[in-house]
Design a protein around this ligand. Structure first.
Ligand code: PLP
Length: 375
């Protein structure tokens, strides 16, 4: 019998909620009409779009007309940066952080090439952006501030409310990449104060290739994908109704079970840490105020990539925070930004648990790491 796989890479993607999948089927096989068509056959698709928008809006404390469907986190991030960061010829500057996902960093590199300046805020050793530093860096010329809500590698959750207030005090728009956070921790866009927020369904047990951008009513933004008049004329393209319905279902289901999931994920983290501590393993745990289920560890004198492959041989899926080519070992930009010491940084791995992981699985992973480190 083949050994059971243990999947602990939920920050990369999550398993599709089976009931959400069932919700998709009628919109693929029966009610497949283009939701923009005026005839009665399109009514069910249109209604499903409206209801999905309402469900998603309620889950994050928004109004339905503030939810814009996109193809996922990467598109939402690109839209936020390029659609708002360069829409004013006077206020031209963007501020982001050094530990953003490449969907933000590479979108910022694009606008820099167009002549719009971007500054990259440093973080402390826990991966926190300091509101004081933002206060010192921001100017009347700042158009957009984009800081992620939770980091995808080390799981650090930022003080978005404080950062957002500073941006607003200088008349800047505030965007947050909440791709890792939506569906995992409580989010209320009005309480946070943000103008835009990116989310991606496959990170909260929805399908891949679908997501949304929350845009607060009145936020100045131009469209990023041009064509037809879908999404209030701001995001063209025939809507993927089936995926949108499944996204709404998965998000609601995650939000309904959030407290239970959060405490289960915390227990899984605790199991890993206590097994490692019991064996006196020398490691650093990166980040602080972690996303539930995130355990990012740096081990002294080993290669993260070696750990990943050896765990893979044992049927365990995790991620690394480093990579090596034939000549060089490289830590990720996040591990570099938090300043992990050289003797630890190449030995960085990320475990990201999901609600389906068991305490036994967490223990198995920790023991597998220990046995590799000792061999
Ligand atoms: N932003 C963050 C923080 C992410 O973790 C990811 C995916 O890993 C993305 C953006 C990109 O999302 P998507 O895979 O939906 O394009």
């Amino acid at each position: 019998m083949s050994k059971k796989m243990i999947y602990a890479d939920n920050a990369a993607t999550t398993k599709l909620n089976r009931d959400a999948f069932e919700e998709m089927i009628p919109f693929l096989l029966e009610n497949y009409a283009n939701a923009s068509q005026p005839y009665s056959f399109a009514r069910k698709a249109k209604k499903a779009l409206r209801e999905s928008r309402e469900i998603i809006a309620e889950c994050i404390g928004a109004c339905p007309e503030e939810i814009y469907f996109t193809s996922g986190g990467t598109e939402s991030d690109n839209w936020a940066i390029k659609g708002s960061g360069i829409s004013d010829s006077l206020k031209r500057a963007t501020i982001t952080s050094a530990i953003e996902h490449h969907a933000i960093l590479n979108a910022c590199a694009d606008i820099e090439r167009l002549g719009y300046p971007v500054s990259y805020l440093p973080v402390n050793s826990y991966g926190q952006v300091s509101p004081q530093t933002l206060f010192e860096w921001i100017s009347d010329n700042t158009r957009l501030v984009s800081i992620m809500l939770a980091n995808n590698e080390i799981g650090t959750i930022q003080d978005i409310h404080s950062l957002c207030s500073i941006a607003h005090s200088k008349g800047a728009i505030f965007h947050t990449d909440a791709v890792q956070a939506v569906g995992h921790i409580p989010i209320d866009v009005k309480a946070l104060g943000v103008d835009m927020l990116s989310a991606s369904a496959h990170k909260f047990n929805g399908p891949k290739g679908i997501g949304f951008l929350y845009i607060k009513s009145g936020t100045p933004i131009c469209s990023y994908i041009c064509g037809g008049m879908q999404e209030n004329g701001l995001r063209a393209g025939t809507e993927d109704v089936a995926s949108i319905v499944a996204m709404a279902y998965a998000l609601k289901s995650n939000c309904d079970n959030m407290n239970k999931n959060m405490s289960h994920l915390k227990s899984l983290e605790d199991v890993v840490i206590s097994v490692l501590n019991k064996e006196h393993i020398d490691y650093l745990r990166n980040g602080t105020n972690h996303l539930p289920g995130n355990v990012n560890l740096s081990f002294k004198g080993v290669e993260g990539e070696m750990l990943l492959h050896r765990l893979d041989l044992k049927g365990i899926c995790i991620s690394t925070g480093s990579a090596c080519d034939s000549q060089n070992q490289k830590a990720t930009h996040v591990i570099e930004a938090i300043g992990v010491a050289d003797e630890y940084k190449y030995g960085t791995i990320r475990l990201s648990f999901g609600s389906e992981n068991t305490l036994d699985e967490a223990k198995t992973i920790a023991n597998a790491i220990i046995s590799i480190l000792k061999s």
